[in-house]
Design a protein around this ligand. Structure first.
Ligand code: HEM
Length: 515
């Protein structure tokens, strides 16, 4: 290289560098002063780039949720949380955002899941309708009712494991046991390979760690889009070399297993005698071939297993903690269950079924209160409306017009802990759901949005409710539990990985069976 070509290259590098700096300055000025959202309150550093969000959600692990809460405290009910998204903490906006069928999901946020063509992260409402419709029949109340014997047989298995712990005088890792229960159910009827975790000696504590670690990647993958694809494509030998404690390997193996399950669906090598949700989806006549690719099936396998396990497990763990830490709730629930068993002539060796437990008001109230307090989808739910503006008026009368395509989000947890809706929101009070005031009950029900709302609400909610009711009813009827080395900290939320996770050193909720 001659001296002059060397200095020419240097000049080009300098030019490129200056251009980048100038562009960044232009973007900062544009986003702060000339952007349609520049009037929306919030810290300038959140408005100029996604770096602030990335810092608190990635390296600081799922903490942006708490930063957003702080922003609301400082700036009011509407805040700009990244260049194109506003977050609203006001239940009055809930219907606008979550029940409008024309809303799109925000591709930046849901891109974090790494499954862009699964129903849950589908942007377009029309495509979402097609994808969801092809699975919906499986999750209807009528179809879920047919799954009851399979759910009861897993409860029987869970009771047997608890009996074993009782005989050995060992505490039960009930948080992990619930996650195993939910995993076994969903993998049994939805995908080719049933996981059968309930019989695992430690209730598969390692796997539950994998779920948490994999969920933690969502926040990174939102900003660095190749992380999930890398997990499926990276050679195992390289991971083995880099991984010190085996946790990354376990995550990669789990992703690989999900991928293999999707492959079994498209290659029609499902060993099960009855078709699974995935088989029905893959053969669905309303879906064109481009909707039946391996990557599509992979997306739905990941969603159904991911959505159907941690959420139900977390709700049951929270329910168990609050029932056992409040003796009056425990006694009232037990009395109601004893009475139901007597009414329906169900002996101690049998199980309470849906017919016996669904009409129980106190049990239903305990479930609703657990869903409220647990908020098992804790992260924000961002939506955008193409082609039309949204208008938000604060309680103090200030109106913001959000131009077409603006992303707006709300968080279930904010609604569930809003003191104007739920008095004394941080106290676990099943009684609030037993009010005789029909209008008040309707108001509470409207704001119990653990399953989301509208056309994007949880597809598995009937199954989830059936699982929660049957497990809670049978376990509290059959066993006289007490908490073992468990405090409120073990059900607290420290990380928002879309699902809430507690402190890293927590062992979850543990119980012991009294003699
Ligand atoms: C307590 C238990 C559960 C809770 C609280 C819950 C909550 C939610 C929420 C809030 C959403 C909407 C997310 C969004 O708007 O982005 C959702 C979606 C979904 N859930 Fe659940 N879920 C639970 C259990 C289940 C179960 C057991 C299954 C299936 C086996 C399931 C399958 C799904 C699916 C497939 C979607 C995507 C639906 C769509 O986009 O059309 N969930 N869930």
């Amino acid at each position: 290289m001659t001296l002059s070509t060397g200095s020419q290259s240097l000049n080009l590098v300098k030019l490129a560098l200056y251009s980048i700096i100038l562009y960044a300055i232009y973007k900062v000025i544009q986003r702060l002063f000339f952007h349609p959202l520049s009037r929306v309150p919030g810290p300038w550093y959140a408005a100029v780039s996604t770096l602030y969000e990335f810092w608190w959600d990635g390296p600081k692990e799922g903490k942006y949720m708490f930063k957003i809460e702080e922003m609301h405290e400082k700036y009011g009910p509407i805040v700009r949380i990244n260049p194109w998204e506003v977050h609203i903490d006001d239940p009055a906006f809930m219907d606008v955002l979550l029940t409008n069928n024309r809303m799109e999901k925000d591709p930046f946020f849901y891109g974090g899941f790494g499954i862009p063509n699964a129903a849950v992260s589908t942007v377009s409402p029309e495509v979402h309708k097609l994808r969801r419709g092809a699975m919906a029949q499986f999750f209807s109340k009528a179809n879920v009712a047919k799954l009851e014997p399979r759910v009861l047989s897993r409860i029987q298995q869970l009771c047997k494991r608890i009996e074993e712990h009782k005989k050995e005088g060992k505490p039960v890792d009930i948080s992990n046991a619930y996650r195993c229960f939910a995993t076994d159910i969903v993998t049994d009827f939805a995908v080719p390979k049933t996981r059968n975790f309930l019989d695992h000696p430690t209730f598969n504590a390692v796997f539950n760690r994998v779920v948490r670690d994999t969920a933690g990647v969502i926040n990174w993958n939102r900003h660095i889009r190749f992380l999930y694809p890398l997990m499926v494509n990276i050679p195992r030998s390289i991971v083995t070399l880099l991984d010190k404690d085996g946790s990354t390997l376990a995550m990669v193996d789990n992703q690989q297993d999900l991928y293999d399950q999707a492959k079994a669906v498209v290659e029609s090598t499902n060993p099960k005698p009855t078709p699974t949700v995935m088989d029905v989806l893959f053969k669905h006549p309303s879906l064109p071939p481009k909707e039946k690719t391996l990557s599509r099936m992979f997306g739905e396998v990941v969603t159904v297993i991911g959505a159907g396990t941690e959420t139900t497990g977390c709700t049951l763990a929270v329910l168990t903690y609050y029932v056992l830490s409040t003796p009056s709730i425990f006694r009232t629930l037990k009395a109601e269950l004893d009475k139901a068993a007597a009414t329906h002539n169900i002996s101690r060796t049998q199980l309470l079924d849906c017919h016996a437990v669904e009409p129980l008001p106190y049990l239903q109230a305990v479930m609703k209160e657990s869903l409220r307090v647990a908020s098992p989808v804790v992260g924000r739910l961002p939506r955008r409306l193409p082609g039309a503006s949204m208008t938000y008026t604060t309680p103090s009368g200030q109106t913001y017009v959000l131009p077409p395509g603006t992303t707006a989000s709300m968080s279930v947890r904010d609604i569930h802990f809003n003191r104007t809706i739920f008095a004394d929101p941080h106290t676990f009070k099943p009684e609030r759901w037993l009010t005789k005031d029909a209008a008040e009950l309707a108001r509470l029900d409207k704001h119990m949005v653990a399953f989301g709302k509208g056309v994007r609400q949880c597809l598995g909610l009937e199954l989830a409710k059936q699982e929660i009711l049957l497990v809670a009813a049978n376990l509290f009827w059959k066993f006289d539990f007490e908490l073992f080395e468990t405090t409120a900290r073990d059900v607290s939320v420290e990380f928002d990985f879309f699902a809430p996770f507690g402190p890293s050193d927590s062992k979850g909720v543990r119980v012991r069976v009294r003699e």
